[in-house]
Design a protein around this ligand. Structure first.
Ligand code: ZN
Ligand code: ZN
Length: 452
């Protein structure tokens, strides 16, 4: 073999070969499928598998133990809350168990799903500093009087860890460095975001209690909650709830962004459209204060918008299912089950945060909502108004750019994996360029075009 063939181009050639191999395509499949589905849907599928096993093979008892622990906390809650009343309201009349499972538990699940996901997506912000800057400070520390007592090994370990994370997170961000949310630089703005989000989380608890009252009126089963739903029910209900959520989020959102005289595809009376547009646009403005997204600001919006855009579409599905199943006399099987409701609430809250995160990874792709924010109030280019994409597809308001970007990014990751494998086979080390192929595609002019 000549020297030339043994050089870096040998790895390129081998990588080309590897990318054509079936074993490579199969090995890449799980990661690519994960990226396409997203972590939330994957977890939902995993839960469905657990349900099938529990229904048909062996009862796993997880739900049972959840109810057991939950009842334990409920009793403590009752003791703490109800024993301390001064008697002005007769709390004994309220069925505290109903209150617990219909309000306290789902509210806790929803709020913590939002808060935990938001904190996880704030973590990358800790790694914004360039590693060379940190290395510089690392040297200063190592040379200081105190620093001499710290083993160099420890400092190096921390530095390497930081550098790895920095490279990973920076290659995941889809927003250019000059276009980040102001709250990341401005403490006052950050506090404002947190305050408004906290108010909206409280509003969500209020909405959940309303939903629970309606569900109780509609005869939701509160007695046999230890019996899990049939395994074919949650996927069907979940799909219907996803569609209802997409639909009821899409239309007001589309109206908010599109001027009445430019809206020709939605056949509603002009005068009504004018009023709706004015109202929805006003309340939606706060959510679009900043072009760039951050996870924690997903529910940074007016209270009216939180109710109309976020909560109503998400909570309508479970209510409708119960009402319709009861009317049809099939509520025993098709009525809303608490376990499905809890999972749905958690999925809806964390999906909202993830769509605003600004970081594309194998777990989550926020591209389409990011583009929505980028073009928000330019009625000519505004796009991607839905959550699922079905209604955007129906009305031709989806933009293909985010999907193209995802494909490009996926292609880079496949190439990197092939090159790594090639280096192992050939024994030739990869060049610096070959080692760092994965970067988010740079937004081209199309992304921000204003003149269309
Ligand atoms: Zn948004
Ligand atoms: Zn919007």
């Amino acid at each position: 073999m000549t020297d030339e063939r043994r050089g870096p181009s040998e790895n390129e050639r081998l990588a080309n070969e590897i990318q054509r191999e079936w074993s490579f395509k199969i090995a890449r499949f799980p990661e690519n499928a994960m990226e396409r589905l997203g972590i939330v849907n994957l977890l939902l599928i995993a839960l469905e598998v657990l349900l099938i096993v529990s229904n048909n093979v062996l009862p796993l008892g997880l739900w049972k133990s959840f109810i057991h622990d939950s009842s334990h906390y409920r009793d403590r809650f009752n003791k703490a809350v109800f024993d301390q009343t001064d008697g002005s309201i007769d709390f004994t009349k309220i069925q505290s168990y109903h209150l617990w499972k219909g309000l306290v538990v789902p509210s806790l699940i929803g709020v913590s799903a939002y808060v935990i996901t938001a904190i996880l997506y704030l973590r990358p912000e800790l790694y914004q500093w360039k590693p060379d800057l940190l290395q510089h400070y690392g040297h200063l520390v190592a040379e200081s009087r105190l620093g001499r007592w710290i083993p160099t090994k420890w400092l190096n370990y921390i530095f390497n860890l930081y550098e790895r994370r920095h490279v990973e997170y920076m290659s995941n961000t889809i927003q250019p460095a000059d276009r980040r949310h102001v709250a990341l630089q401005d403490r006052v703005e950050f506090t404002r975001v947190v305050r408004q989000v906290a108010i909206n989380l409280l509003i969500s608890i209020f909405a959940i209690s309303l939903m629970w009252i309606v569900l109780l009126q509609a005869g939701v089963d509160t007695q046999h909650i230890l019996v899990l739903p049939k395994s074919y029910v949650p996927p069907v209900q979940g799909l219907v709830w996803y569609l209802i959520n997409d639909m009821f989020y899409f239309y007001p959102h589309w109206i908010a962004h599109t001027n009445p005289h430019e809206q020709k595809r939605l056949q509603i009376p002009q005068s009504l459209y004018n009023i709706l547009h004015k109202k929805f646009k006003e309340s939606h403005r706060l959510h679009h204060r900043c072009k760039a997204n951050i996870g924690i600001a997903a529910w940074y919006c007016s209270v009216a918008e939180q109710m109309i855009f976020n909560l109503f579409p998400a909570l309508l599905g479970p209510v409708l299912t119960q009402v319709l199943a009861r009317a049809a006399g099939v509520e025993k099987i098709w009525g809303t089950h608490l376990v499905t409701l809890y999972v749905w609430i958690a999925a809806a809250a964390s999906s909202s945060v993830m769509a605003h995160s600004g970081y594309r990874s194998i777990w989550n792709d926020p591209g389409s909502h990011d583009l929505h924010h980028e073009r928000a109030f330019n009625p000519k280019t505004a796009c991607n108004f839905g959550t699922l994409g079905v209604f955007d597809w129906l009305h031709g308001t989806a933009d293909k750019l985010p999907a193209e970007e995802t494909r490009k990014w996926q292609g880079q990751r496949d190439r990197q994996a092939a090159l790594n494998k090639a280096a192992k086979r050939s024994g030739i080390e990869l060049t610096k360029e070959q080692k760092s192929i994965i970067t988010q595609p740079v937004h081209d002019q199309d992304w921000v075009r204003k003149d269309v």
